[in-house]
Write a protein that binds this ligand. Structure first.
Ligand SMILES: NC(=O)C1=CN([C@@H]2O[C@H](COP(=O)(O)OP(=O)(O)OC[C@H]3O[C@@H](n4cnc5c(N)ncnc54)[C@H](OP(=O)(O)O)[C@@H]3O)[C@@H](O)[C@H]2O)C=CC1
Ligand SMILES: O=C(O)C1=NCCCC1
Length: 352
């Protein structure tokens, strides 16, 4: 059997390897892979069952998220050593095991809602190659999924992209990753924050103010708001990232052509937005397999997968409210796990 070296990558190591452009690039391929039914098309493809849940009463659950992702490039074309040549293709075999216990943040001492690891296997031999701490990576890949969904579903219908306003409803871990990822990759004139516990949105404002000089708009205005309504007013793009089991965003808060990335509420999904939004909007999802199981109670019009939009199999509306209903899927973890492992090994081989 070929000898191989096993590595465990901890958060401090992963932070050093973070590059939003590369992350968005692999997330877009993850979306494409689930919608691509033709392996010979040259596009990424994947095999990913609906994830399984082991429920621990009402306290939480253990999620098992396996996936194979084929024919991906882990570097954006512009960062290839040979920019003229085709991006080198690889694949990823991975399984994320992650728990979600919604009362964890209010424990003393406080614990994260989600705690997990990605297990990455050699796709030729099946040997375990690496484990990667997955809290940080889940934050990055969930935000990148929203960014790619926004780019595909919403930005094409916006003529003037220079005056966009972003709203973040819920400034916990996910809210923070979303604010940072969006500010690093798109220009916003204002980023509006709301959180149930106001001190936490004030803390995020301080962090984002420090980030602003290295964001797409150093002059961005960052503001903290007293209510979800005040926060959503005038927003072009909204992220809901809470564990609320009752609606906190209603249609009357929204601009006509708003796009919402609804990523929160863990195992229940679709509880953060009021039914009057779902009655009117067009919903985009990450994958049908997951939606059939996890969005069975959603009463709305699901147009299709984000990957179907990238592949031009589905058309996006030219106006109206759009919602990306993010469940989270295993190919996202397979994609980001492979990206970070490759970057780590590359550095190791260069002797850094
Ligand atoms: N779609 C996906 O791929 C993923 C989704 N998630 C989900 O995203 C959500 C946020 O996760 P994460 O940021 O890690 O968790 P955090 O514990 O860091 O943040 C939770 C946030 O929810 C807020 N909140 C909790 N209950 C309520 C309520 N009743 N009304 C209003 N706000 C509330 C908290 O406010 P306060 O500060 O006041 O407590 C806090 O802002 C979770 O539901 C999680 O399961 C997570 C990972 C991936
Ligand atoms: O995709 C994930 O990872 C998660 N999704 C829902 C909540 C727990 C983590």
């Amino acid at each position: 059997m070929a000898s191989h070296r096993f590595v465990h990558l901890v958060e401090s190591e992963l932070i050093k390897l973070t590059n939003w452009k590369e992350i968005n690039h692999v997330l877009e391929q993850a979306f494409v892979s689930v919608s691509n039914k033709d392996k010979s098309s040259g596009q990424p493809y994947s095999s990913q069952p609906a994830r399984s849940f082991v429920h621990v009463g009402d306290a939480g659950a253990l999620l098992c998220m396996p996936a194979f992702l084929g024919n991906i490039s882990v570097k954006s074309d512009s960062s290839q050593s040979n920019p003229a040549g085709p991006a080198a293709r690889t694949s990823s075999l991975a399984c994320k095991l992650i728990t979600s216990f919604k009362d964890n943040p209010s424990r003393n001492p406080s614990l994260p809602d989600i705690i997990g690891n990605i297990f990455l296997f050699d796709e030729t031999t099946g040997q375990l190659q690496a484990t990667l701490e997955a809290n940080y990576l889940t934050g990055l890949r969930t935000a990148a999924a929203s960014i790619v969904a926004t780019e595909q579903v919403f930005l094409p219908r916006i003529a003037d992209k220079s005056k966009l306003v972003l709203g973040i409803i819920g400034t916990g871990v996910q809210g923070e990753f979303h604010a940072m990822g969006f500010m690093k990759t798109h220009k916003f004139v204002q980023v509006k924050l709301w959180n149930r516990t106001k001190a936490r949105s004030e803390q995020l404002k301080t962090k984002l103010t420090q980030l602003a000089p290295n964001s797409c708009n150093p002059d961005v205005n960052i503001s903290v708001h007293d209510s979800p309504e005040e926060c959503c007013t005038n927003c072009d793009i909204i992220v809901t990232a809470t564990s609320s089991s009752v609606p906190i965003v209603f249609k009357r808060f929204l601009k006509q052509n708003v796009h919402i990335n609804a990523i929160g509420s863990g195992l229940q999904h679709h509880t953060e937005l009021a039914q009057d939004i779902y009655d009117e909007c067009s919903v985009f999802i990450d994958y049908w397999n997951g939606a059939k199981a996890e969005l069975a109670t959603l009463k709305s019009t699901i147009v299709g997968e984000v990957g179907e939009v990238v592949l031009k199999q589905k058309v996006v509306p030219s106006s109206g409210i759009t919602v990306f209903q993010s469940l989270g899927m295993a190919v996202e973890d397979a994609a980001i796990g492979k990206l970070f492992y490759s970057k780590y090994m590359e550095q190791l081989n260069k002797g850094h």
